[in-house]
Each structure stands twice: as structure tokens, then as C-alpha cells.
Design a protein around this ligand. Structure first.
Ligand code: DAT
Ligand code: MG
Length: 140
């Protein structure tokens, strides 16, 4: 069965949205395969996670935001789960995320110079799902 990697980001955990997000995953019939609260992730881990963004001028605030508090990370599975979860999350930018999506219902508008705080992450392809699952859950 297809798997994807997800994060409830620091804004989601701080705002008490863990139950709401997990409820939507369960309601949609997706299977939670793994679930862990990480109280403090390292800058090194988040830089590896966002390896394609690290060089961008807007990246430092993203690193700061993602390491600013606890995150919930997990693996969910189901048919076409990668696409399904991306659809459930909604668009990256809060102003573009449609009502009914997690970001469209909960992401707050953010300042131009700040990281976009949009509650959840989901892998964007089979290749990223495999890479992210290995990065976050490999035995060390
Ligand atoms: P997504 O999370 O929808 O896959 P992404 O992979 O392009 O989006 O970017 C990762 C996160 O980084 C995104 O959720 C919010 C933040 N981000 C992306 N582009 C940004 C920008 N131009 N300014 C501020 N934050 C940004
Ligand atoms: Mg992405």
C-alpha cells in the first residue's frame, strides 16, 4: 500500500490542532502506520528535510519556525495516499488554500517576510515520501 510522510507543524501543535488533523485522517479512511511527538528537532534534520529550499533567501525563517516547538510526525497509508493527503492539506499559501482543506480551514495569513505557517506537511511525490520516511524514521 502507498505510504506518505506527514508533519503537524509547530503552529498546529501549539494551537491544539492535533486531534482535528488526526480526526480528518481517520475520517478519510487512511491508516496511521506511525505517529511520534518530537519535542525538539534539530536544524540539521529540518535542513535535510527541506533540502530543495535550503538555498532560497526565504529559507532561514522556515528553519526557525520548524524548530520553534514540538511537531507530530507520522506515516499514513492508503490507496493514492500521497495525492489524497496533499488534497486534504490544501495549497501552500494560506490565502490560496480552499475552505474544507486543513490549511484552508486553519492556516493563518502570514507576513511577507515570515515563514508561511500552514499547519501540516505532506510528501509531494513517491520519491519524496520514500526519502522523508527514511530520513525521519531510520534507525540511528
Ligand atoms: P508545501 O509545504 O506545500 O509542499 P513547499 O514544499 O514549496 O510547500 O515549501 C515548504 C514550506 O516552506 C511551505 O509549507 C511553507 C514554506 N514556504 C514555501 N515557500 C515560501 C515562501 N516563498 N515564503 C515563506 N515560506 C515559504
Ligand atoms: Mg513540499
Amino acid at each position: 500500500m502507498e505510504q506518505t510522510f506527514f508533519i503537524i507543524k509547530p503552529d498546529g501543535v501549539k494551537r491544539g490542532l492535533v486531534g482535528e488533523v488526526l480526526k480528518r485522517i481517520e475520517q478519510r479512511g487512511l491508516t496511521i502506520e506511525k505517529l511520534e511527538l518530537r519535542s525538539q528537532i534539530s536544524e540539521e534534520l529540518i535542513d535535510q528535510h527541506y533540502q530543495d529550499l535550503v538555498g532560497q533567501s526565504f529559507y532561514p525563517p522556515i528553519r526557525e519556525f520548524m524548530t520553534s516547538g514540538p511537531v507530530l510526525v507520522g506515516i499514513i497509508s492508503g490507496p493514492k495516499v500521497i495525492e489524497t493527503w496533499r488534497t486534504m492539506m490544501g495549497a501552500t499559501r494560506p490565502e490560496e488554500a480552499l475552505p474544507g482543506t486543513i490549511r484552508g480551514d486553519f492556516a493563518k495569513a502570514s507576513d511577507e517576510n515570515q515563514a508561511i505557517q500552514n499547519v501540516v506537511h505532506g510528501s509531494d511525490s513517491e520519491e519524496s515520501a520514500k526519502r522523508e520516511i527514511a530520513l525521519w524514521f531510520e534507525e540511528k
